[in-house]
Every structure is written in C-alpha cells, then in structure tokens.
Write a protein that binds this ligand. Sequence first.
Ligand code: URA
Length: 251
Amino acid sequence: MARMADRTLPPLPEPDPVSSASIRRALAQNLGADSLLGVRSVPIPSARPGRKGKEKRLKVLDEEQVKSCTKCGLAKTRHKTVFGQGHGAARLVFVGEAPGADEDRQGLAFVGRAGKLLTDMIHAMGLTREEVFICNVLKCRPPNNREPAPDEIRSCSPYLMEQLSIIEPEVIVTLGAPATRLLLNTDESIGRLRGRFHEFYLSDQPGESAAIPLMPTYHPAYLLRSPGEKKKTWADLKMVLAHLGLPVPAR
Ligand code: URA
C-alpha cells in the first residue's frame, strides 16, 4: 500500500486517566514488589492532558529517571539509554525487546536493520513512525544483544508501564516474546499467541481501567531471519488496522 505520510489519524477519544499507582500494583503482582523500587510515577496534571501534556510527562520520565537509571548492571555497559519515540498520544504503541548496537549508539529505538523492517511495516499500514509510539521493554542494550535477563526486565518494566499509562494507546503491538510475555504475564510462545487480540489492563483494580487490546506478533529481527513468516505478521497488523477503523489493504 502507498505511504501516506501527511495523513492524520482520526481524533483520539479522551480516556479517563488511570493512576500510575494502580499500574504499579498490577506489575507488582506479576513481577514481585521489589521491581517497583525507585520508579516514581510522573504526576497527572489536574487538567486532562492531551498530546502536549503527555509528551511533557514522557520527557520528564525520560530526563529525570530513565537517562540516569542505574537500577541494573546494563547502566555500566550502555552508551545511551533508549526511551522510545513517537507521538505522545499515539493510538498505537509498538513494544520491542531491547536496544541493539545502533540504538545504543543513537539513543533511539528501532533504528538498525530490524528497525528498518519495522518502519516498512508501519508504512505498509499507511502510517508513519511519527504517528505511533515505538519503545522497548529494556531501555538499555544487553551486551552482545543477549536476551534480557529476568532481573533486568524486573528493574526496567516499570518505565514501560509508566509510558503506557501516560500514552493510553488504543492498541498495543508486542514484537517478540519478552514484550508479549511481560504484558500478558504468560510463558506461552508467540506462535500460539499471535493472530488474535488479548487484553492488557493498565490497572489491576476491577473497573478502574478498560482493557487495551494487545496484538502479539513476531519481532522484526526474527522476520529478517525467517522471511517466510512475514505474511503472518502482516495478517496481525491488518487486524490492528481494522480494530483502529483505518483502511485495511486488500493484501
Ligand atoms: N530490537 C528491539 O527489540 N528493539 C530495538 O530498538 C532494536 C532492535
């Protein structure tokens, strides 16, 4: 499908803000209370924030907490933290695994080879990177691109939860196993989870937050190694477009 770079998405509905405290409670159930140490929620202004307010809160989270984070050993080996980037009130958020070498050097998410494929996928959806938000479970690169360790995920995931609570997306796409397993609290494989929407709750309090539809799909780095699987990811992304009420390419 042709790229539509200057197209704006339909206006966002205004969801009720959910307190980050309840997200942190939910996370505590998944990860253990020690994971919550040291991450401060970014205050919700009394006036409901739109894009500008959300971007300001994201900037505060990045500059006052993520950039200076020393909660795990990756602080010693990173060059730059990688907060993620995109629209502060994005309807759609992509969550990957962790920065690689290019991302670590530039401080930006998904800018290497896998990032180029992700960009192509976003363009094929008729969207631009600026219209969505792209981030990772880990904000620092694991040496030699090894898999994130459980303690690193425990330390870092409160930042992701805070990002999601600020952005309040309509749909989350998780790229690969670490993001999917963290947000869905499961050990199931991507192969079994992809292809349908799951529910992610910002709050563990019944009725306090609506379910956010979450579509797991393959990580672009996996798709580079197994291009035959690309059509499955494309099918997943077309379901996301349909859910958002956006045009779905015929193929
Ligand atoms: N892989 C990821 O999961 N995230 C990035 O930012 C880059 C590669």
